[in-house]
Design a binder for this molecule. Structure first.
Ligand SMILES: Cc1cc2nc3c(=O)[nH]c(=O)nc-3n(C[C@H](O)[C@H](O)[C@H](O)COP(=O)(O)OP(=O)(O)OC[C@H]3O[C@@H](n4cnc5c(N)ncnc54)[C@H](O)[C@@H]3O)c2cc1C
Length: 432
């Protein structure tokens, strides 16, 4: 390609497509390089958070391939045989803008979203893997895409390549995240008739549910499992830090099979057929793992910048879209000034700091370290708590006083109260 662009974007995921949509909408000459077809290489758990998208494309859900809007949220603690759950259902989330929470399948959603950027005027080049940057005087001046004529120049580059951030590392802005900052997500899409999903999850037409599971069902490993409802499929998966997989010698495939086989999970999947299996990395290092975000001619957005909320809220898509939008606003300013140096592009980092993106990452900055320091809460803790609850509700001819004193004793023999309370305190402090 001989043409020089105002901006090159690497990756057509939520962050890259948002930047492309905004820049093309402002009349800039933008090209997006995507190593596959939009969505073909992407997966995620399943809930798209859409505050930013709804601003860019008001009432987008009327045309976008969304599956269901989430009105029911359930958090479960699992032991190997039992479950304690906290189940929430909100009628207010059943009308526009549907709490900005929609289940989607990325293969469909990303294709649609990249199409909107294309309609706005962005050039999307598919099957084009960007291998490196063009660098002059330590400034990024373009990219080397692995296609014919793939050396392409631009005033600046937005790196939206996702969690496996090889280019961000090549740029020198980032080093390879450690195994405790990276979670491996493994997911299956399981088909079931629409009516079965609605009956099983107590949903009406269009309504969706997000179920999150913690505890011993993941082989006692720190991590979590999920079920999200689509129209006629379920997204079912687990996420476990790579450090934990290594330390415990666990195999992701065994973990997801164990999770699916847990009685509290299996009842939702009964009769379903696995249609897809995929795995992907999740950057869960939080605020402390966010690298320097800009250098001359370059900005990092979305997962490549580690912008993912690692707390119970599990938001990634909205942070990715927000960062893509703020990077695009900064490019528009830089073009007006005719200056793409780190000094001007630094406006992006300033905008992020003032937004919910960095504010939320800062608030939950201690979550990644806390997860590593509370192993008991993922193993003996849930077992002991659920055994205690089971004992509490067991009907017998012993007096309640006798029964309760027995189960308290058994509980104390199983777990160190001091350790459990300390771990609960650490977890609640990080998640507060
Ligand atoms: C198992 C799992 C569950 C998740 N669950 C949720 C959830 O429920 N809700 C939520 O909000 N977030 C969730 N996330 C996080 C969410 O998926 C990410 O935060 C979000 O996708 C980040 O968007 P992105 O555009 O930065 O990166 P990505 O979506 O990863 O997009 C990057 C794009 O860049 C392309 N690319 C990469 N390298 C190159 C290259 N060299 N050249 C050209 N193209 C390239 C890729 O093919 C891809 O299309 C989950 C993630 C995983 C893995």
């Amino acid at each position: 390609m001989d043409e020089k662009f105002d901006c090159i974007i690497v990756g057509a995921g939520p962050s890259g497509a948002t930047a492309a949509l905004r820049l093309a909408g402002a009349g800039l000459n933008v090209v997006v390089f995507e190593r596959g077809k939009p969505g073909s290489k992407n997966m995620f758990g399943g809930v798209l958070y859409s505050t930013v998208l709804n601003k860019l494309i008001p009432d987008f859900w009327k045309e976008a391939p969304v599956e269901r809007h989430v009105i029911r949220k359930r958090f479960s603690l699992l032991s190997s045989t039992a479950e304690a759950a906290f189940d929430l259902s909100f009628n207010a989330f059943d009308s526009p803008p549907y709490n900005n929470s929609f289940t989607v399948l990325r293969a469909r959603f990303d294709r649609w979203y990249a199409g909107k950027a294309e309609e706005a005027g962005a050039l999307i080049v598919t099957d084009a893997n960007v291998e490196d940057f063009i660098v002059e005087d330590n400034a990024i001046k373009g990219v080397k895409a692995g296609i014919e004529g793939g050396d392409v120049r631009a005033d600046c580059v937005i790196c939206a390549e996702g969690a496996n951030s090889l280019l961000a590392e090549k740029s020198g802005l980032k080093t390879r995240p450690g195994p405790s900052s990276t979670t491996l997500g493994v997911k299956e899409v399981i088909s079931l008739p629409k009516e079965v999903i609605e009956d099983r999850f107590s949903l009406e037409d269009g309504q969706g549910a997000s179920f999150e599971f913690f505890g011993t069902a993941l082989g006692g490993a720190a991590g979590s499992g999920f079920i999200y409802t689509n129209k006629d499929t379920l997204s079912v998966g687990i996420g476990v830090p790579i450090s934990v997989l290594k330390e415990k010698g666990l195999k992701p495939n065994d973990l997801i099979e164990g999770f699916k086989g847990h009685p509290a999970v299996a009842r939702y999947l009964r009769g379903g057929k696995t249609e897809e299996f995929s795995a992907h990395m999740i950057p869960e290092g939080g605020y402390k793992a966010v690298p320097t975000l800009v250098k001359d001619g370059l900005m990092l957005v979305g997962d490549s910048a580690g912008l993912l909320n690692p707390s119970l809220f599990r938001e990634g898509t909205n942070l990715a879209m927000a960062s893509g939008l703020l990077a695009a606003e900064t490019v528009i300013d830089a073009r007006a000034k005719g200056d793409f140096s780190a000094r001007t592009l630094g406006g992006y980092a300033e905008r992020l700091k003032k937004s919910f993106v960095i504010k939320d990452l800062l608030r939950y900055k201690d979550v990644p370290a806390a997860i590593g320091s509370i192993p008991g809460l993922f193993s003996e803790g849930p077992e002991a708590i659920l055994e205690f609850l089971q004992g509490h509700f067991t009907v017998s001819e012993k007096s309640k006083d006798e029964l309760h004193s027995e189960i308290r004793k058994a509980f104390r023999n199983k777990v160190s109260m001091k350790k459990l309370l300390l771990e609960l305190y650490r977890a609640s402090k990080a998640l507060r």
